[in-house]
Structures are given as C-alpha cells and as structure tokens.
Design a protein around this ligand. Sequence first.
Ligand code: ADP
Ligand code: ADP
Length: 226
Amino acid sequence: MASLSLEGIQKVYSNGFQAVKDFNLEIADKEFIIFVGPSGCGKSTTLRMIAGLEDISGGTLKIDGKVMNNVEPKDRDIAMVFQNYALYPHMTVYDNMAFGLKLRKVPKDEIDKKVREAARILDLEKLLDRKPKALSGGQRQRVAMGRAIVRKPKVFLMDEPLSNLDAKLRVQMRIEIAKLHENLGATIIYVTHDQTEAMTLGTRIVVMKDGVVQQVDTPQNLYTKP
Ligand code: ADP
Ligand code: ADP
C-alpha cells in the first residue's frame, strides 16, 4: 500500500533558483505515474524530493497519509533507479544487490533469498559473480533495478531508466518494467522523454513545464484527443 500526496511542493535551490513551484498531485496506490516535460522543468528535482535526496523548500509530502518531509531517505520505503545506474564497480552483481539489505541489517539467509529471487525475476542468475565492468548496458540496468526491488519498496522512483540503452533493449526492458509493476504491486513514478514508454506504462501522465504541472491526464486522453 502506498498512496502519495504532494501538496504545494516547492524547491528553491541555495542559489535562489526556484526549480519547482506549487506542485500538487494525489497518487493512488499502485499507480504508474509518468513525468514528462522539457529538460530542466523540474522532474528530477521532484523525484529527488520524494526520495528525500533533496530538501523540500515548501509544501507537504505525505505517504499513506503520513507527513514525510523530514523523514530520512532510508526510512521512506522508497527505491530510486537512476539513468546512470550508479553501481559499485568493485562489488559483484550479488553484492551490489545485497548492499542495501546489509545496510539495514537484514539476516544473511534472508538477504540470500531476496537477492536470488530478484536475480530470477530479472534474469541475472548466471551473472551474480560478475563485476559491473563485465556486463552489458542492459545487464547493468537490470542490476540497478535488482538492487531496488530486493527491498520490495512501496514506492519506486525511476529517472529515465532506459535512456542509455539501445532501441531493442529499451523495448525489452519496457516489458520487464510493466511486469515488475504488476508483480511488485508498487506505486511507480517514472520520468521519461519517450512517448511510447509513457503511453504503454503510465496510468496517468503529468506534464511539467518551468517548475509547474501543466496537465495531468490518462495516456488515452493526452495523446488521442485533438
Ligand atoms: P549547496 O550550494 O548548498 O551545496 P545546492 O543543492 O544548491 O547546494 O547545490 C548542489 C550542487 O549543485 C552545488 O555544487 C551547485 O553548485 C551545483 N549546481 C548549481 N546549479 C546547478 C544546476 N543548474 N544544475 C545542476 N547543479 C547545479
Ligand atoms: P529535469 O529533471 O526536468 O530535467 P531538474 O529537476 O534536473 O530538471 O532541474 C530543474 C531546474 O533546476 C533546472 O533549471 C536545473 O538547472 C536546476 N537545478 C538542478 N539542480 C540544481 C542545483 N543543485 N542548484 C541549482 N539549480 C539546480
């Protein structure tokens, strides 16, 4: 279960620049929300505030009705996947996926079960002993997702997760992500520039411009109405 409520969310960076102005959105449990909009309109900043990686300058963020503004990232039950993977280069695939669980002092046998389960879902079982440099781009991206899903987060934030992949892999991974949404039962917020991804994955699309929400609608209404 995870509904999110963003009430008048704002971000003013320390140089005085206001990247997000009065962002309002109610997100229901298990929605797949897509953020679109021109580069620099505040999509990443909004995701990072939800994850707790960036302070919220104004407004209220609630998850399941609870105010989260000042809750530590590790206590938010949120996982985030970035465009540039951010894997630990000196660790194996297994250790990369286990890292967040070790940090949270999950027992070793439980970690092992969760990592192997994630590896099965993401088809990484044969690659667990490899280091990131010995993986393809698509495999690295799957490890990054594996690292997020082992925790079974209630909220899953993805910032252009497929933009570094070639066209064929993007299609494959898009199908994987749709399955992941079903299997995990997580609420997802997903930033993309790709209209096909937005249309096939999203339950609703949020169009941003210059730090404000311009439009919120279903893919059908947004892309098929004149
Ligand atoms: P602080 O300035 O207190 O360290 P900020 O969040 O404002 O915190 O900045 C974090 C870093 O991002 C700083 O090093 C800042 O120089 C840099 N930065 C400044 N402007 C931009 C920008 N437009 N896009 C990305 N990073 C920026
Ligand atoms: P998007 O994800 O939509 O491309 P961002 O959220 O990354 O946009 O950035 C929104 C705006 O905030 C941009 O104008 C960017 O330059 C600015 N920005 C991002 N990070 C910082 C920072 N640390 N300090 C100052 N300005 C920033």
